[in-house]
Design a protein around this ligand. Structure first.
Ligand code: DAK
Length: 259
C-alpha cells in the first residue's frame, strides 16, 4: 500500500514494524488523510504474521502537534458528523498487537491523544505533552479528558485541559503518563528495544493480556476479573503456553511461534 503522509517499515527489526508520521512541514498535524492512512497501515500490520509489535513515531521536533487546525477551522458540527473521523480513531483503538509510541518534541491535542491510544510511551527529554484545544476555542475530543485524567489524575488533567499547559517528558513520567524518558538521541532506539522485548513473548498471550489490561478502563472490577480469567484460561489453549512452561523446566529460552 502506498502512503503519502506516513512511512511504514514492516520489518524495521525482527518482528517489529515502524510507522513514522511524516508531515514535517506541519509538525505532523493529523489531517484526515494521515489518519486514514494510519488506520489502514495498522490494520495491515495487525494482519501481518511476521509482525508482533508496532512502534509509532514522529520526528525529533514533533510526534504530532494535534489535529490539522487548518483543515478543521471552517468545519461545522454536521460536516464533522458526516465525515465521522471518530470511526477512524475507533478503528485504530482496535489494533490487537501492542503499539509503542516513541515521542519526541510536541505531542499536543490529537497528538497527545494518539500517543495515549498506544499501549506504552517512550519519550525523549524534549517531549512536550499537552491538550491545548482550549486555547483555540474547543476541547479535547479523542480521549484527552478521559485517558489523560485516568493516567495523571484530576488535578493535573484539569490544569492541562483548562489552561493548555504543556508538561515535559520528565513530568509525564513522574505523573504516570509515560513509561520512560530518555535523551533525544536514543528515544527511538529505546522504544524499539522495548518492542523487541515484547516481540520475544508469545503473541497470543500478548494479545490476550493487552485486551485484558484495556478492559480495566471500562469495566467494574468483578467484571474485569472475570474477563481476565477467561483470557488466562485461553492462553492454556495455545502451543506457546506449553512451550513457555516446558522451556522453563528445561532451563532454556522459549521459542514462541504464536500458535
Ligand atoms: N494544525 C495545522 N498546522 C499546524 C499545526 C496543527 N495542529 N501545528 C503546527 N502546524 C503548522 C504551522 O501552522 C506551521 O505551518 P506554516 O505556517 O509553516 O505553513 C508549521 O506547522 C510549523 O509550526 P509553527 O511555526 O507554529 O512552529 P513553532 O515551533 O513556532 O510552534 C507549536 C510549534 C506546536 C507549539 C505550534 O505550532 C502550535 O501551537 N501548534 C498547534 C497546537 C494545537 O493547538 N494543537 C491542538 C489542535 S486541536 C477529532 C480528533 C482529534 C481532534 C479533533 C477532532 N475527530 C476524530 C473528529 C483533535 C484536535 C486538536 O488536536
Amino acid at each position: 500500500m502506498a502512503f503519502e503522509n506516513i512511512k511504514v517499515t514492516n520489518q524495521y527489526k525482527d518482528k517489529v514494524a515502524l510507522i513514522e508520521l511524516n508531515r514535517p512541514g506541519a509538525m505532523n498535524a493529523l489531517n484526515r488523510e494521515l489518519m486514514t492512512e494510519l488506520k489502514d497501515a495498522l490494520h495491515q500490520l495487525d494482519e501481518d504474521e511476521n509482525v508482533r509489535v508496532i512502534v509509532l513515531t514522529g520526528n525529533e521536533k514533533a510526534f504530532a502537534a494535534g489535529a490539522d487546525i487548518k483543515q478543521m477551522a471552517d468545519s461545522g458540527a454536521i460536516d464533522m458528523l458526516k465525515v465521522d473521523q471518530f470511526a477512524t480513531w475507533d478503528q485504530i483503538k482496535k489494533t490487537k498487537k501492542p503499539i509503542i509510541a516513541a515521542v519526541s518534541g510536541f505531542a499536543l491535542g490529537g497528538g497527545c491523544e494518539l500517543s495515549m491510544t498506544c499501549d506504552m510511551i517512550v519519550a525523549s527529554e524534549t517531549a512536550r505533552f499537552g491538550q491545548p484545544e482550549i486555547t483555540i476555542g474547543t476541547m479535547p475530543g479523542a480521549g484527552g479528558t478521559q485517558r489523560l485524567t485516568r493516567a495523571v489524575g484530576k488535578a493535573r488533567a484539569m490544569e492541562m485541559v483548562l489552561t493548555g499547559k504543556f508538561i515535559s517528558g520528565e513530568e509525564a513520567q513522574e505523573a504516570g503518563l509515560i513509561n520512560k524518558v530518555v535523551p533525544v538521541e536514543v528515544y527511538l532506539d529505546e522504544a524499539v528495544k522495548c518492542a523487541e522485548k515484547v516481540a520475544e513473548m508469545s503473541p497470543v498471550a500478548a494479545r490476550l493480556a493487552k485486551e485484558s489490561v484495556l478492559k480495566a478502563f471500562d469495566t467494574p472490577l468483578e467484571e474485569g476479573l472475570q474477563f481476565e480469567r477467561k483470557n488466562f484460561y485461553m492462553t492454556f489453549a495455545s502451543e506457546d503456553q506449553k512451550e513457555g512452561m516446558k522451556a522453563f523446566i528445561e532451563k532454556r529460552k522459549p521459542d514462541f511461534k504464536g500458535d
